[in-house]
Each structure stands twice: as structure tokens, then as C-alpha cells.
Design a protein around this ligand. Sequence first.
Ligand code: HEC
Ligand code: HEC
Length: 298
Amino acid sequence: MNRRAVTVTFAIMLVLVVAATQVWASEGHAEGGGPAEVSSIANPQQMNAESLKTGMAVYEKNCSGCHGDSGRGDGPLANSLLEKPTDFTNVTMMEEHSDGELFYKIKEGVGEYMPAFENQLTENDMWHVVNYLRSIAPELAAQEEPVLTEEKETTSMASPEEFRTLENPVSNDHASFTGGKEVYKLYCYRCHGENGWGNNGSYAQSALTKPAPDLSDPALLRKMTDGELFYTIKFGSGEMLSHGEYLSDEEIWQTVNYIRTFEGKEHDTTTREKSNTTLYGAILLIAVLIVFFVKRRR
Ligand code: HEC
Ligand code: HEC
């Protein structure tokens, strides 16, 4: 390679690295503890038995799947996340955060795996759960280190054949749709992505040996009965872990109804992929300009 070719190659590589960093940052990896003013907001909910009871109920329903019943970050979903859910028994960590900061993180979410609860919980519930988180730390800190929960064996007494003929007991109405949508957003989206396309969940490309299948493909779901779908969701399949430990049967049936609505949804490439296309176009343009510039200087 002559010197000019080396220069050009180097310049193009530099541009690519910079661009990749940009894409990475734009996909929500940026760190941040939230606006400065939130840390000073006082908790309007007094720490008392009533508040702890409410906070605990909110926690068990919405948080323990990832953060664990004990708050140690060892919930059944934790193994399938790339980021470890925060361990609330870590007193030092909890002391570093004000109530306002914890509230903000619950409301807005953190990184890719901690969902935002803005649309699911009232502000009061979020403050109650902050009180509850505070009650976990001192209580468990004294106890010994946890033994990480072993991944559950997905082989079970039940076989897919037994499930094949099961009727879906949940009618396909609005309540079912809403319930299934909620489950999907929390537990399925990161692998199967928007509308089940399997191409834009945060987990889809990074951690699976092959992408999660496209659930909007009519050929896929039509050949499966509701009972088989129920079985897959409850007990898992290949790299898809079982969801039966934290979803009720009713929630699973609702999810079955919900994913059936994906059928035939045409792939929409106008959102994120478009911005990437624009970016790659810009990179190409810059590369061409560099080549042109180097040639001119010769
Ligand atoms: C789908 C899994 C998941 C669910 C559900 C979830 N979390 Fe998290 N949470 C995480 C992960 C993973 C992190 C660490 C994120 C990071 O550091 O990037 C986290 C971080 C946090 C933090 C930030 C702590 C810090 O270090 O700044 C708080 C507070 C929190 N979660 C509270 C909650 C509460 C309260 C709920 C329920 C209302 C909840 N989480 C539900 C996965 C989850
Ligand atoms: C950790 C990533 C991951 C999560 C989370 C996940 N899946 Fe999957 N899913 C996969 C993979 C990978 C496959 C392909 C499995 C295989 O090859 O056996 C799959 C397969 C499926 C199938 C097709 C099964 C078949 O036999 O063709 C359905 C339906 C499905 N998932 C629905 C769901 C639903 C509903 C949820 C949420 C409750 C969910 N998945 C959560 C990764 C995931």
C-alpha cells in the first residue's frame, strides 16, 4: 500500500469509529443521575407502616421480577439482562442517592434495562416504593451474601403435546389486549422488538446467537395453537427463558392474544433505521470527500 492509500484508509476508519460512537450514544447508553433539582425534592410520603405496605405491593408487582423478592437484584429476569439490576441491600449505594433521585430513576428509567414507570405508576406510588426500597437496605445488609438463584431447568413434567389442544380461556377483548401489551413491553420487547419484528429490541442483536423470530410472520404463529404459544411463553424455548415464574397463567393467555395482533404488520423502516441510514449516508459522503481531497493534494 502506498502512503496515500494508508492515509485514506486511516481517515475512513477514524470517521467510522466516531460515527459508531455516535450511534451507540444515541441509543440511550448515556449516563446521568437526572437533573440537579430532583435530588433535593423531599419525599411527600411519610415513612410509616401504611406507606411501606403500599410500597411493598407496588414492588412485588412491578419490580421483584428483576430486583428480586429480597431486593438483591436477583429476580428471575435478572439472568437474561445484560445489566445487573441494582442491589437495594447495598447500604452505601442507597446512602448516595436521595429520595428525589430514586424517584426520578423509577419515573424515567435507567439505561436500557430499567424501564420507565412514568405511565404505569402514580407519583404517590413511586414515593411509597422509594420508602419501601429504603426499608430493604438496613434490614438485609447484616445478612450473609446471597447464593445466586440457579437458572431453572426448562424441562418439566408438562410436554408441548399436552398443551397443544388447550383452549385459550381469556377472551380476546380490550382488557386482554392491554394486559398482553403491558407484559410484552416489560418482558418480550427487548428480544422480539416492536410489533414482534425481532429487529429492534435492545437485546435482539447483542446477546442472542440468532435473532429472536419475527412474530409478525404469518407462517410462524399460524402453525402454532394458542396452547403451544402458552407453553412456549411459560416454559421457554431455546435461548428464550421460561416466563412462568413471574407471569400468571392469565397474563400469559393475554400475551398470546396480544402477539396474534402482530400478524402481517408490515415492517416499518421509517423510524430508527432511517436515522441510521442518514448517518451512514453522511459517512459515505465524508469518505468520498476525503478521497477527493487527498487526490487533489497530490
Ligand atoms: C426489567 C427489569 C427491571 C424492572 C421490572 C425494574 N428494574 Fe429497576 N433496574 C433494572 C436494572 C437492570 C437497573 C440497573 C440499570 C443500570 O445501571 O443501567 C435498575 C436500576 C434501578 C434503580 C437505580 C439505582 C441506581 O443505582 O441508580 C432504581 C432506583 C430502580 N431500578 C428501582 C426500580 C423499581 C422501584 C422498580 C419497580 C417499580 C424497578 N426498578 C423495576 C431493572 C429493572
Ligand atoms: C431473551 C430473549 C427473549 C425474550 C425475553 C423472549 N423471547 Fe421469545 N424467543 C426468543 C428466541 C431466541 C426464540 C427462538 C427460540 C428457538 O429457536 O427455539 C423465541 C421464540 C418465541 C416464539 C416462537 C416459538 C416457536 O417455537 O417458533 C414465540 C411465540 C415467542 N418467542 C414469544 C415470546 C413472548 C410472548 C415473550 C415475552 C413473554 C418472549 N418471547 C420473550 C427470545 C426471547
